[in-house]
Design a protein. Sequence first.
Lengths: 389, 341, 319
Amino acid sequence: MRRSVLTMALVVLVTVFSSPFSWSAETIKVGFDIPLTGDIPQVGESSKYAAEMLKEQINGAGGVSVGDKTYQLEFIYEDNESKAESATAAALKLITQDQVLAVIGPQASKQAVPAGEICNSFKTPMISPWSTNPQTTLDRPYVFRACFLDPFQGPVAANFVTQEFGAKKAAVLYDIASDYPKGLAEYFKAAFEKIHGPGSVVAFETFTTKDRDFSAQLTNIVKSGADILFLPQYYDEVPLVVKQAQELGWKKPIMGSDSWGSAELMKLCGEACYGYFFSTHYAAAGAEGATKEFIDQYNSKYGYVPDDVAALTWDATRLLLDAIKNTNGLTGNIEKDRDAIKDQLGKIKDFEGITGKMTFTPEGDPTKCAVIVKISDKGEFEFFKSVCP
Amino acid sequence: MRRFVPHLLYALLCLLILVAVESNLLNAYLQLIIMFMGVNIILSTSLNLVNGYMGEFSVGHAGFMAVGAYITSVLNVWLFTSDRVFGAAVLPPSSVLYLFPVTLLMGGIGAALVGLLVAVPSFKTRGDYLAIITLAVNYIVKSSIENIQGIGGARGFMGMRSVVNAMQAIADIPWIMIWVFAVTGLSVWIIYRFVNSTYGKGVVAIRDDEIAAEIMSVDTRRIKMTAFMLSSGLAGVAGGLFAHILGYINPGTFTIMKSTEIMVMVYLGGMGSLSGSVLSAIGFTVILELFRPLQVAKWVVIPLLLILLMLFRPEGLLGNRELTDVFPRLRRMLAPQGRRA
Amino acid sequence: MWCRQWEVVLNFEMLIQNLLNALQWGSFYALIALGYTLVYGVLLLINFAHGDIFMVGAYIGFFLATLFLGQYAFALPFALPPPMIFVVTLLLTMVLTAFAGVTLERVAYRPLRRKGANRLYVVITALMCGLILENGNLALLGASRRNFPQLLSNTVYSIGEITFSDVKILVILTTIGVFLLLEAIVRKTKLGMAMRAISYDRMAVPLMGIPVDTVIVFTFALGSAMAALAGVLFATAYPVLEPYMGALVGWKAFIAAVIGGIGEIRGAFAGGFLLGFVEIFVAAFFPSTLRDLIAFSILLVFLSIRPTGIFGVARATKI
């Protein structure tokens, strides 16, 4: 009994201590902190598929050439389960155990904000493709993003509902436990009240993540006499809210935000969502040039039209690879390399992304246009109009 | 002198690990695992005090951890760093070095006071009802924190990294690891002394037969209160350390899942066995990391293993014996004062 | 903002509307709490895996409904109208989930009962079984959300300013019907009498020639069938399915069972509706984050004053 306990302990210790010593081949390691399980798995799937497509394309062409060496790409995917604490643990693991050069993700602001803190304090560059909350990059020199911000998106939505529906009173329903909906709801309210005067947001209702029944809040909203409902929520909550609102007699328009743009929204929502609008990063229908190539490639490989998460992840990863190429040579010392990559990211000008041209402000944010999309009566996402800063 | 052999051995082990860290033999990931082991040891030994030695069924240990984590973190960030939420640092950042144990202690005291919330109902109820009450306290703590928007509410609280950086600005050694080692050793020692004292005998008496103990002049109320407060206080201290290791806390970390993990460690090691809890805390931390490649299947395999354990060896690794009972020769070396109480 | 909301309280129609909302939401808690109460009454075991049986019921309902709608290669020779599919799915799901519950009992709880293991170990086993069910679902079926197909017409009626859909009415009426049915089973049938007997005195029952194992199997089957009913109705009202849907709802239903008095059927219903009321009315007037806090605080206060719950009976233990 004693001997077997000792041998078991020895085996365990050996396994633990041997796992971090990975053989270092000539690869560039990039970590992906994405929600493969949890509330929004479609977002994680889109990110992973887009990244895999890029990896195959580049590795198939011989790899990435930095300076005078060529490297193969190695992408490591960590599941953050759509939870903030798992996102920080995943970021820690990618940075310390897998020794990646940079981290792409997390996508949702609720995970991106804390993970950004970790990446910044460990001096590892991080690009969040989809997080629009300003706190992700605020005061963090190592954190960047590939999309527009909510202080821009809020007024876009407020202006649109005023122009399109003539709305004078608005209602908002949002998740107070998550950074993105809370931030965007507040920006929308500020922008709407600036146009129509204080008090024009007649219902500002909240719920918590994982709530299923919104009848109490929606009852308040229906009774408030608002002209539109602003719903900055993720694709798994939108169908529930929309259906319950309609069951409680809400017949007026509902405005969404970029979190609506997932490929699975219509599968879950169905007819209930026809005719609503939302603001997003790109519209697949009517795309041209490099964007169309990406859409066709993705569609033929995976069988459905890519959503904005996939397009933004594609752009973010290509941004990173450009920055790596611009360093003109990786030293092999991981700390120096991460610093060099971060410096190069800050210097990028007019990067040709499929979601628009990108130049980073000193804060690490690109200035980009938003697209308003309409959900047609066939359930497709139609381009409606484009709004640029 | 022989009485201090186990203490010296522990200090030697810690020193070895610190030297390995300084000479870059252990990378940041392994350091994290070692620090988590320390936190888990404190958690499982403190829960063992209530669930194992006293025979109660407390299911809400993560709630006390949350209280300690938040109190310590908020105090540290407010006092020692300039933060977006609280403004400039109130005290000079260099004083964090000797005031850190003070804030940890305050976190522990806060958690101990919340432990009173559980202790008082335990006078009248036992078994399943106490489980429900501890569960409710866990959720109440979590919900209360979610409603305090000033410290981030459900979105979490950050800023502990700056506290650690302030410590490292003074001397660039792994301070958090030093604190974890010191506090782990101290808490195991405290529990060991508690269990082997008259209080400990009272605790075991309550487990065996509460009514008989009351008749035999054991002040069950006082002992229950002390045991609950000590257990939750230590959990609070563990929470404070946990917050500074990770650098980010949110109420979602301290749910029933976390309480279940701590309970699993206690039952794995054996209820009523201090060395069992220590061993199982170390082992469980390692298992969690080893099974990571399984991803989702990890949380199918681990409960399955536990069910098998319940079926075939329900008393856990060591039952209610100590390591010195299993290896009698160790006793001569480590506990020369005679048989364990 | 708070003043305006108190004005709203006095609005009678909003009150009735929220009353309807609360009755519907509370019905789910009541149906799931029933399973907890039945099993506790008979086995003195808190079956922590029960919330996940609810989730299993919802998923089985989803697969059956999509099967009957012909969305898989196998299609029925005749096309059924959707409301008929709903009824067939409901009944079949209840039967299948009852099987699942009984299997759980056989595989996980009975071996421990035979060994005479400490109740604590059985409770831990229950917790672990719940985890296995949730994560097994996640591992097998993947993480993407499922959409429960719309089988009922979901027409919206309005009386004055109060709107409700036929699903809401269905849920409330079904729960009341189930309550009456169960009261009848427990008080009028022999099996029900056996269940009550076991909860009074476990040791004496086998001596009276009552097969304890059969009664326990029946209890689990009944509880799981009720959870399945709740699952299918829940999926009809809130059509997005996910593997962890049973976890939070299960814990809340457990609280409802305890408040009502665990071991009493009337208690499960009372507790379920009470919790539903508390949650809906709190969300109507306060920020929704206070919902959990108030619900659990009420539980704590209630248990301190009356530990056995509303309808519960205090048990005397002999020394």
